[in-house]
Design a protein around this ligand. Structure first.
Ligand code: DNO
Length: 358
């Protein structure tokens, strides 16, 4: 297991590489160039600048997140080929600088969704990301986007690039005629084009689950259960076509048995990396993000780490969204303190499993 941390770059993150390096056990980053719009080529210069900075801090940079797929690819428009070409150029450029895994998603329009980015946790006065389908009922997608962008403490949020959301209403209209099967066909077209390149340059694509793990606003969503991912890995059968198994995204739906899903895809060698966090269920389609510690939420982090240990022990993982604690002001979900606590807790579980298994 390689413990990593998401970092948005020195111009965009409240956290420094020095702070990350001081978290015991941290080997590297899951990086992102958050200023890149979906469909744009990530240039060699941009990648080199980011990777060099990370290496200079004594950290590795083998995983890159949020290389976002242009909507035209997901919608299967004739213009998709140009964007697929750009995507391929980005893959080749990333490979040149040592990237081994690219995290992306194939969610229509939105990346992850929450109805509140800072809901206070009554027990301890900290706050975390929160979702309640009932609150969503009163919001239009445009309200939700405004609400999210206005409440992110001035930081950018992954998957919420303003350019992409500008044409929101037209895009939503277009999706009305796209069924889940059609979306899967468009997905296959994309994978058939890019996976051979990934095989050639030694990169794994790792798809992030829908978050929350069910359809929203009537949009087709095809990545939120074991069955969905079985279909995705079969769309283009290759060790380069993998999952970014996000325990909290999949775990937002209590029907998903996370340790079982990890074992299933771990045994198939189809897990490129994991985001590991906990969720607390508050009712039907209502949850908040919890501290990593198992007993503060509803996921069993020991069973999750054990499934990783047993089926994909060399994988990259990172603590995922933390709460905001100790008066930290940062990018919602991506503060320093609670993610660092999460990393240490996961390291502790790992050490215990390793020693007990000998
Ligand atoms: C949310 C993240 C996601 C993920 C993207 C990958 O906090 O886990 O934004 O990085 O879905 O494209």
């Amino acid at each position: 297991m390689k413990m990593t941390f998401r970092w948005y770059g020195s111009d965009s993150d409240s956290i420094t590489l020095k702070q990350i390096k001081q978290i015991p056990g941290m080997t590297g980053l899951m990086g992102v160039l958050d200023y890149k719009a979906a469909g744009e080529v990530w240039t060699e210069e941009e990648i080199k600048a980011y990777v060099d900075e990370v290496h200079a801090a004594g950290l590795e940079c083998e995983v890159i997140e949020s290389v976002n797929v242009h909507e035209d690819i997901k919608m299967g428009l004739p213009t998709r080929d140009k964007y697929i070409e750009n995507y391929i150029t980005t893959i080749r450029n990333l490979a040149k600088y040592g990237i081994k895994v690219i995290v992306y998603n194939f969610m229509p329009v939105f990346d992850w969704l929450r109805t509140d980015l800072a809901r206070e946790i009554p027990e301890d006065g900290s706050n975390s990301l929160y979702f309640d389908e009932a609150e969503l009922g009163d919001m239009t997608p445009v309200d939700l986007v405004k609400n999210t962008i206005e409440n992110c403490n001035g930081f950018t949020l992954p998957g919420w690039e303003p350019e992409r959301l500008a044409e929101l209403e037209t895009t939503l209209k277009h999706y009305e005629s796209i069924t889940p099967d059609m979306l899967r066909e468009n997905y296959k077209y994309f994978l058939d084009a890019i996976i051979p390149v990934c095989e050639e340059v030694g990169i794994k694509m790792a798809v992030h689950p829908d978050d929350p793990a069910w359809p929203i606003f009537g949009l087709p969503r095809i990545s939120h259960s074991q069955e969905d991912f079985d279909k995705i890995v079969a769309l283009h059968d290759s060790p380069a076509n993998t999952l970014c198994l996000c325990t909290g995204s999949l775990g937002s739906n209590p029907d998903n048995n996370i340790p079982e899903i990890i074992r299933h895809f771990g045994e198939m060698d189809r897990i490129g990396c994991l985001h590991v966090r906990n969720v607390k269920y508050l009712g039907h389609r209502k949850f908040r993000e919890a501290a990593h510690l198992s007993r503060t939420g509803d996921l069993d982090l020991f069973e999750i780490m054990k499934a990783i240990y047993d089926t994909c022990p060399d994988v990259y993982i990172r603590p995922d969204h933390g709460r905001m604690i100790w008066d930290e002001v940062g990018r919602p979900g991506y503060g320093l303190y609670d993610r660092a606590l999460g990393a240490e807790y996961l390291e502790g579980i790992w050490e215990a499993i390793t020693k007990m298994s000998k």
